[in-house]
Design a protein around this ligand. Structure first.
Ligand code: HEM
Length: 167
Protein backbone atom coordinates (compact mmCIF):
# COMPACT_ATOMS: atom_id res chain seq x y z
CA UNK A 1 0.00 0.00 0.00
CA UNK A 2 2.76 2.47 0.98
CA UNK A 3 4.62 1.60 -2.22
CA UNK A 4 1.51 2.44 -4.26
CA UNK A 5 1.05 5.75 -2.44
CA UNK A 6 4.75 6.47 -3.06
CA UNK A 7 4.39 5.74 -6.80
CA UNK A 8 1.25 7.87 -7.03
CA UNK A 9 3.03 10.71 -5.19
CA UNK A 10 6.00 10.53 -7.56
CA UNK A 11 3.67 10.59 -10.59
CA UNK A 12 1.65 13.51 -9.14
CA UNK A 13 4.74 15.58 -8.36
CA UNK A 14 5.85 15.35 -12.02
CA UNK A 15 2.53 16.61 -13.44
CA UNK A 16 2.44 20.14 -14.92
CA UNK A 17 -0.01 21.37 -12.26
CA UNK A 18 2.21 20.16 -9.39
CA UNK A 19 5.28 21.67 -11.06
CA UNK A 20 3.44 24.98 -11.39
CA UNK A 21 2.63 24.92 -7.64
CA UNK A 22 6.27 24.04 -6.91
CA UNK A 23 7.77 26.80 -9.02
CA UNK A 24 5.43 29.81 -8.73
CA UNK A 25 6.64 31.25 -5.43
CA UNK A 26 3.45 32.96 -4.23
CA UNK A 27 0.98 30.10 -4.75
CA UNK A 28 1.77 27.96 -1.68
CA UNK A 29 2.02 30.83 0.85
CA UNK A 30 -1.29 32.21 -0.52
CA UNK A 31 -3.01 28.82 -0.30
CA UNK A 32 -1.60 28.25 3.21
CA UNK A 33 -3.03 31.62 4.25
CA UNK A 34 -6.47 30.63 2.90
CA UNK A 35 -6.17 27.29 4.77
CA UNK A 36 -5.35 29.11 8.01
CA UNK A 37 -8.23 31.63 7.59
CA UNK A 38 -10.66 28.74 7.06
CA UNK A 39 -9.28 27.01 10.18
CA UNK A 40 -9.98 30.20 12.13
CA UNK A 41 -13.62 30.16 10.94
CA UNK A 42 -14.10 26.43 11.72
CA UNK A 43 -12.56 26.73 15.18
CA UNK A 44 -14.42 29.89 16.17
CA UNK A 45 -17.76 28.40 15.02
CA UNK A 46 -17.13 25.10 16.84
CA UNK A 47 -16.03 26.93 20.01
CA UNK A 48 -19.16 29.14 20.02
CA UNK A 49 -21.44 26.08 19.95
CA UNK A 50 -19.31 24.06 22.38
CA UNK A 51 -19.09 26.83 24.98
CA UNK A 52 -22.90 27.07 24.87
CA UNK A 53 -23.18 23.27 25.29
CA UNK A 54 -20.83 23.52 28.28
CA UNK A 55 -23.09 26.23 29.73
CA UNK A 56 -20.22 28.75 29.77
CA UNK A 57 -21.76 31.41 27.50
CA UNK A 58 -24.71 32.52 25.40
CA UNK A 59 -27.44 31.58 27.89
CA UNK A 60 -29.77 34.07 26.23
CA UNK A 61 -29.60 32.00 23.01
CA UNK A 62 -30.86 28.46 22.47
CA UNK A 63 -28.51 25.62 21.53
CA UNK A 64 -30.54 25.00 18.37
CA UNK A 65 -30.37 28.70 17.41
CA UNK A 66 -26.59 28.80 17.86
CA UNK A 67 -26.24 25.52 15.96
CA UNK A 68 -28.26 26.81 13.01
CA UNK A 69 -26.21 30.01 13.01
CA UNK A 70 -22.69 28.60 13.30
CA UNK A 71 -22.59 25.00 11.97
CA UNK A 72 -23.13 26.03 8.30
CA UNK A 73 -19.88 28.04 8.63
CA UNK A 74 -18.13 24.79 9.58
CA UNK A 75 -19.37 22.99 6.44
CA UNK A 76 -18.51 25.86 4.06
CA UNK A 77 -15.08 26.30 5.62
CA UNK A 78 -14.45 22.57 5.25
CA UNK A 79 -15.06 22.92 1.51
CA UNK A 80 -12.39 25.67 1.42
CA UNK A 81 -10.05 23.53 3.57
CA UNK A 82 -10.52 20.55 1.26
CA UNK A 83 -9.73 22.57 -1.89
CA UNK A 84 -6.75 24.39 -0.33
CA UNK A 85 -5.55 21.12 1.27
CA UNK A 86 -5.67 19.32 -2.09
CA UNK A 87 -3.53 22.09 -3.63
CA UNK A 88 -0.98 21.73 -0.80
CA UNK A 89 -0.90 17.95 -1.34
CA UNK A 90 -0.49 18.34 -5.10
CA UNK A 91 2.52 20.63 -4.54
CA UNK A 92 4.32 18.14 -2.26
CA UNK A 93 2.57 14.76 -2.39
CA UNK A 94 5.22 12.66 -0.62
CA UNK A 95 5.46 15.15 2.26
CA UNK A 96 1.77 14.66 3.08
CA UNK A 97 0.47 11.37 1.70
CA UNK A 98 3.30 9.30 3.21
CA UNK A 99 3.19 11.15 6.50
CA UNK A 100 1.64 9.28 9.48
CA UNK A 101 0.56 12.53 11.14
CA UNK A 102 -1.25 13.62 7.97
CA UNK A 103 -3.05 10.25 7.89
CA UNK A 104 -3.99 10.66 11.58
CA UNK A 105 -5.31 14.16 10.79
CA UNK A 106 -7.56 12.78 8.04
CA UNK A 107 -8.86 10.01 10.35
CA UNK A 108 -9.62 12.59 13.07
CA UNK A 109 -11.32 14.77 10.48
CA UNK A 110 -13.70 11.92 9.61
CA UNK A 111 -14.51 11.57 13.35
CA UNK A 112 -15.12 15.34 13.62
CA UNK A 113 -17.36 15.38 10.54
CA UNK A 114 -19.47 12.45 11.81
CA UNK A 115 -19.73 14.02 15.29
CA UNK A 116 -20.79 17.38 13.86
CA UNK A 117 -23.29 15.87 11.40
CA UNK A 118 -24.92 13.65 14.06
CA UNK A 119 -25.10 16.59 16.49
CA UNK A 120 -26.63 18.87 13.83
CA UNK A 121 -29.20 16.22 12.89
CA UNK A 122 -30.20 15.66 16.55
CA UNK A 123 -30.71 19.38 17.05
CA UNK A 124 -32.70 19.59 13.80
CA UNK A 125 -35.03 16.75 14.83
CA UNK A 126 -35.65 17.95 18.37
CA UNK A 127 -34.79 21.54 19.16
CA UNK A 128 -35.05 21.18 22.95
CA UNK A 129 -33.24 17.81 23.07
CA UNK A 130 -30.22 18.99 25.06
CA UNK A 131 -32.23 20.85 27.73
CA UNK A 132 -34.83 18.16 28.43
CA UNK A 133 -33.20 16.33 31.37
CA UNK A 134 -30.06 16.43 33.58
CA UNK A 135 -28.84 13.29 31.76
CA UNK A 136 -29.07 15.04 28.41
CA UNK A 137 -27.31 18.10 29.79
CA UNK A 138 -24.44 15.81 30.84
CA UNK A 139 -24.47 14.38 27.30
CA UNK A 140 -24.22 17.96 25.98
CA UNK A 141 -21.10 18.54 28.13
CA UNK A 142 -19.54 15.26 26.95
CA UNK A 143 -20.30 16.13 23.30
CA UNK A 144 -18.73 19.58 23.68
CA UNK A 145 -15.58 18.16 25.30
CA UNK A 146 -15.25 15.46 22.60
CA UNK A 147 -15.72 18.07 19.89
CA UNK A 148 -13.12 20.44 21.37
CA UNK A 149 -10.59 17.61 21.81
CA UNK A 150 -11.04 16.23 18.26
CA UNK A 151 -10.98 19.61 16.46
CA UNK A 152 -7.95 20.77 18.51
CA UNK A 153 -6.16 17.50 17.72
CA UNK A 154 -6.78 18.15 13.99
CA UNK A 155 -5.19 21.60 14.30
CA UNK A 156 -2.24 20.09 16.22
CA UNK A 157 -1.74 17.36 13.59
CA UNK A 158 -1.95 19.93 10.77
CA UNK A 159 0.91 21.92 12.28
CA UNK A 160 2.87 18.80 13.28
CA UNK A 161 3.01 17.37 9.71
CA UNK A 162 5.93 19.68 8.91
CA UNK A 163 8.08 18.23 11.72
CA UNK A 164 7.73 14.52 10.91
CA UNK A 165 9.98 12.47 8.63
CA UNK A 166 8.10 11.19 5.61
CA UNK A 167 8.79 8.52 2.96
C1 HEM B 1 -10.59 19.05 4.55
C2 HEM B 1 -9.47 18.43 4.35
C3 HEM B 1 -8.09 18.92 4.65
C4 HEM B 1 -7.00 18.65 3.91
C5 HEM B 1 -6.95 17.80 2.62
C6 HEM B 1 -5.86 19.29 4.54
C7 HEM B 1 -4.56 19.26 4.10
C8 HEM B 1 -3.50 19.96 4.63
C9 HEM B 1 -2.16 19.97 4.11
C10 HEM B 1 -1.71 19.19 2.89
C11 HEM B 1 -1.41 20.77 4.89
C12 HEM B 1 0.10 21.09 4.72
C13 HEM B 1 0.86 20.25 5.72
C14 HEM B 1 2.36 20.35 5.50
O1 HEM B 1 2.81 19.85 4.46
O2 HEM B 1 3.06 20.92 6.37
C15 HEM B 1 -2.25 21.30 5.92
C16 HEM B 1 -1.85 22.16 6.93
C17 HEM B 1 -2.60 22.45 8.02
N1 HEM B 1 -3.92 22.08 8.24
FE1 HEM B 1 -5.12 21.09 6.92
N2 HEM B 1 -6.29 19.96 5.67
C18 HEM B 1 -7.64 19.75 5.79
C19 HEM B 1 -8.44 20.22 6.79
C20 HEM B 1 -7.98 20.85 7.94
C21 HEM B 1 -8.78 21.17 9.11
C22 HEM B 1 -10.29 20.86 9.24
C23 HEM B 1 -7.96 21.76 10.01
C24 HEM B 1 -8.27 22.28 11.39
C25 HEM B 1 -9.45 22.66 11.82
C26 HEM B 1 -6.65 21.83 9.42
C27 HEM B 1 -5.53 22.36 10.06
C28 HEM B 1 -4.30 22.53 9.47
C29 HEM B 1 -3.17 23.23 10.09
C30 HEM B 1 -3.15 23.90 11.48
C31 HEM B 1 -2.12 23.20 9.17
C32 HEM B 1 -0.73 23.81 9.32
C33 HEM B 1 -0.76 25.16 8.63
C34 HEM B 1 0.62 25.81 8.61
O3 HEM B 1 1.37 25.63 9.56
O4 HEM B 1 0.91 26.46 7.60
N3 HEM B 1 -6.69 21.27 8.16
N4 HEM B 1 -3.53 20.79 5.74
Amino acid sequence: MLAEIGKFSDWLSMTPISMTFQTVAWIIPAVQSVHILAIAIVMSSVIMVDLRLLGLMGHSQSISGLTRRFIPWVWWSLVVLLISGLILITAEPRRDLLNGVFQAKMALLIVAIVLTAVFQEMVRRNMEFWDLSPGRRRAAVATAIASLVVWSAIVGCGRWIAYVEHG
